[in-house]
Design a binder for this molecule. Structure first.
Ligand code: LLP
Length: 385
């Protein structure tokens, strides 16, 4: 089996499970995005820090001058601590609390991506008490279905996110009438792990339609934030370690029809950080069940919940073995039947003590870790290159 290039010797004395981050790969990925930004001077990137808010990862991304997309007051705080300037921070979320809104206003963040008329009124009121004006974009639910897991679509009318696009004009009127908010643009996000670029073409078409509607009514469009969602290749992390950023930006270059000079903002999360992260765990036991063979490892759904939560696929490699492949269910020790990484996977023969790599785990891995079963949060190890 083709495996990733890992410094296995150095792993020997590190207690497992832990996250391993390949920083040179992260930097190569950021270089690719940087080149796209150099070609498109009106494009801005805000890294969606929910994907991974490990301070070391945040610092690498902040150092590029990218902005941050946050979804809680604590994420805004983490972004600031890592060196993202407030002028690059955007704050989305359907349930921003008063304390979070106040904190973000006091920090002078770039934008509130507002998800309802009710939220707009609260932001206006809090900004009024602070004697400032809040920059807002309206998050519009475009009713576009992304071809991805049902659990991670966000842009359908049935989802809780954003303002119905039919109500856009009404909420915009409200934003223009309130004294302590300033309308700055529109925000969209259709889902995550999107590989079918036609989904983004559909988003562009919807945006064009709304922009035209605004222009016909003589309204200002402001800037356009198209959200994140670009998928990665979980099947082949060794062949395709960098997401198709070129194809992604190209769709917007080709299909968006916007007034000259309009800024277009992007919020990639997974595509920047997933490939550079691997969960490393050890085989505890190999067990022959009635119908199956299990490789029981010391990593679990508490370090990486995606397989249990979304039935998401992560490639598993045995870094310690060159023996012929056998078929295993790779499972963790947590007291839940869903604590399974892969089922019926062909993996080089496993023995107690072997080091296993669970690949493409840099996004929504460490950031979704839990303490279930009194497990400690995972440690991490950085490969500097
Ligand atoms: N912008 C907004 C407003 C978002 O809600 C999200 C992700 C992003 C940007 C970044 O999306 P990305 O580029 O990472 O796809 N836990 C799930 C993914 C949840 C995504 C939530 N929103 C998973 O493990 O697959």
């Amino acid at each position: 089996m083709l495996k990733g290039d890992f410094p296995v010797e150095r792993f020997r004395d590190i207690p497992t499970p832990f996250y391993y981050y390949d920083l040179p790969l992260l930097r190569r990925t950021l270089d690719v995005v940087q080149r796209q930004l150099d070609r498109n001077p009106t494009y801005r990137v805000h890294y969606a820090i929910k994907a991974n808010f490990n301070p070391r990862i945040l610092a690498e991304i902040a150092a590029r001058g990218f902005g941050a997309d946050c979804v809680s007051g604590a994420e805004v705080r983490a972004a600031l601590a890592a060196g993202f300037p407030p002028e690059g921070i955007v704050f989305a979320g359907v349930g921003k609390s008063d304390a979070e809104i106040r904190f973000a206003l006091q920090q002078g963040i770039a934008r509130f991506n507002v998800e309802s008329a009710a939220e707009l009124e609260v932001i206006d009121e809090i900004a009024g008490t602070l004697g400032c004006v809040a920059p807002v974009s309206l998050r519009i639910n475009p009713d576009i279905g992304a071809h991805t897991h049902a659990g991670i679509t966000t842009g359908l009318a049935e989802n809780k996110f954003g303002i119905n696009y039919e109500q856009m004009d009404e909420v915009m009127d409200l934003s223009l009438s309130l004294p302590h908010v300033r309308y700055c643009g529109l925000h969209f996000h259709i889902g995550s792990q999107i590989l079918d670029m036609m989904d983004y073409v559909a988003l562009c078409n919807r945006i064009n339609e709304l922009v035209l509607r605004l222009q016909r009514a003589g309204r200002r469009v402001g800037d356009i934030n198209v959200g994140g969602g670009l998928g990665i290749n979980y099947q082949h992390p060794n062949h395709l370690p960098i997401a198709d950023f070129e194809g992604w930006f190209e769709v917007f270059r080709k299909h968006l029809r916007l007034p000259e000079g309009t800024e277009v903002h992007f919020e990639p999360g997974r595509s920047l950080v997933a490939p550079c992260g691997t969960l490393i765990a050890r085989v505890l036991y190999v067990k022959q069940g009635t119908r199956k063979q299990f490789a029981i490892i010391d990593g679990s759904m508490t370090e990486l919940v995606r397989p249990a939560m979304y039935k998401a696929y992560h490639r598993v490699e045995n870094l310690s073995s060159d023996e012929p492949e056998e078929v295993y269910d790779v499972v963790g020790p947590v007291c839940e039947s869903s604590d399974v990484f892969v089922k019926e996977a062909s993996i080089d023969r496993c023995r107690r003590g072997d080091l296993m790599a669970i690949r493409s785990a840099g996004a929504y891995g460490e950031s979704m870790a839990s303490h279930y079963n009194c497990h400690p949060l995972p440690d991490c190890f950085f490969f500097e290159g």
